[in-house]
Design a protein around this ligand. Structure first.
Ligand code: SAM
Length: 369
């Protein structure tokens, strides 16, 4: 529970999502909060990158933080609980009325001033950077920061006068401002797609899992590899990669000596020996990708996988939910105990990224024919 009764009784949950996916985030949020026993309704405005969830009768939304694991939400980049949008702040003096609305006596682990990830939102980045100093200083004078507070204070501005103040639990929210990890395009990487796999490994694996599962000498297959952005991510960590694609691979990447290029159909390729990782970025319908992924995992051809699900124009949340359920059911029937994680990453566009890894206690599968 937040350390202030005012925050604990917050009736509104604001979530950030990719611009254009507000209805998908709303569909997911409505279903997941309902399953968690917190009943309410969503307001999604197309193309503003935000969805608001309110409980019926304005009962507190904070129980959602305890009932749902943030990492299990696909279309949600960040979530905050708060009172709702404040009345417009006067341009001559924003600070005093803003501070007056924040509950007295509450403490925070940190303060982030943010804006929606839209073209209009991005124009607020300088304003937010500059205003952060003033708000932080005022809160410091009140002794409002404490490392073990457990909650971060977020001020989400939709314009320089309009703000939604909210809190997010540090241990159950995105660790990045705006819910976006900032990655730099590596100069040697053959394609921008490389950032998708880098973000997937950063977001969908914990640091101990990355350390354990991505050691030099491990093996991988990359289905739909050309020109090699994903293969490069694996090879730079010292993995030996079989890159499957009819298209050409980047010459400098091939010179590393860690990559074997197979010009064959990714739907027919099967490795001679089981590999640690299979990654797949083939542009295909989920109804073809999901069965292919479950075949690899069920037969024990790979121990872990990362793959994309390209989204249709309509019913995008339902497509993802049903695809993940199908994968879960097939793994479960085969006795594979695996953790399935899925997120629409910042570098994903009309797609989501899925990572499947064995849970710590599941035995390595015996490979089947
Ligand atoms: C989005 S690109 C992959 C980009 C790559 N991940 C990177 O980082 O550079 C999709 C690739 O899938 C390949 N592809 C599509 N269908 C395939 C199939 N049936 N078998 C093998 N490759 C396929 C295409 O040739 C294309 O190079």
């Amino acid at each position: 529970m937040p350390n202030s009764a005012a925050w604990a009784s917050s009736p509104a949950l604001l979530v950030y999502t990719r611009c254009g996916f507000e209805h998908d985030a709303a569909a997911e949020l409505a279903e997941r909060t309902n399953e968690a026993g917190v009943h309410g309704f969503c307001r999604a405005h197309p193309n503003d990158g935000l969805v608001e969830f309110r409980t019926h009768d304005d009962t507190p939304v904070v129980p959602v933080f305890a009932a749902l694991d943030f990492t299990s939400l696909v279309f949600v980049r960040q979530w905050l609980a708060g009172p709702g949008w404040l009345p417009p702040l006067p341009a001559q003096n924003r600070l005093a009325p803003l501070l007056q609305t924040l509950p007295a006596g509450a403490s925070y682990a940190d303060l982030w001033l943010e804006y929606p990830d839209t073209n209009a939102g991005k124009t607020l980045s300088r304003f937010c950077r500059r205003f952060t100093g003033a708000v932080r200083q005022a809160l410091q004078q009140q002794g409002a920061f404490s490392d073990d507070a457990g909650y971060r204070l977020h001020l989400l501005f939709s314009d320089s006068a309009t703000v939604f103040p909210g809190i997010a639990p540090v241990a159950n929210s995105s660790p990045w401002p705006l819910g976006i990890p900032r990655l730099r395009m590596p100069v040697q990487a053959p394609s921008r797609s490389t950032l998708k796999l880098e973000e997937a490994l950063l977001t969908l694996l914990g640091s101990a899992e990355r350390e354990r599962l991505l050691r030099p000498g491990r093996t991988a297959v990359d289905l739909g590899a050309a020109p090699g952005g994903w293969t490069w991510q694996l090879a730079r960590r010292g993995l030996r990669v079989t890159a499957v694609d009819n298209g050409p691979m980047d010459a400098a990447l091939m010179d590393l000596g860690l990559v074997d290029h197979q010009r064959v159909d990714g739907f027919r390729f099967r490795p001679r020996r089981p590999v640690d990782w299979m990654v797949c970025d083939m542009v295909e319908r989920p109804s073809r990708i999901v069965p292919l992924m479950s075949r690899w995992l069920v037969r024990g051809d790979c121990h872990q996988a990362v793959f994309n699900l390209k989204l249709p124009m309509k019913r995008r949340y339902a497509t993802v939910r049903d695809g993940l359920q199908q994968l879960h059911d097939e793994l479960h029937r085969a006795g594979r105990v695996m953790s399935i994680r899925c997120k629409q990453l910042y570098h994903d566009r009309e797609e989501v990224t899925v990572c499947v890894i064995p849970t710590r206690r599941s035995p390595r599968p015996v490979r089947s024919r």
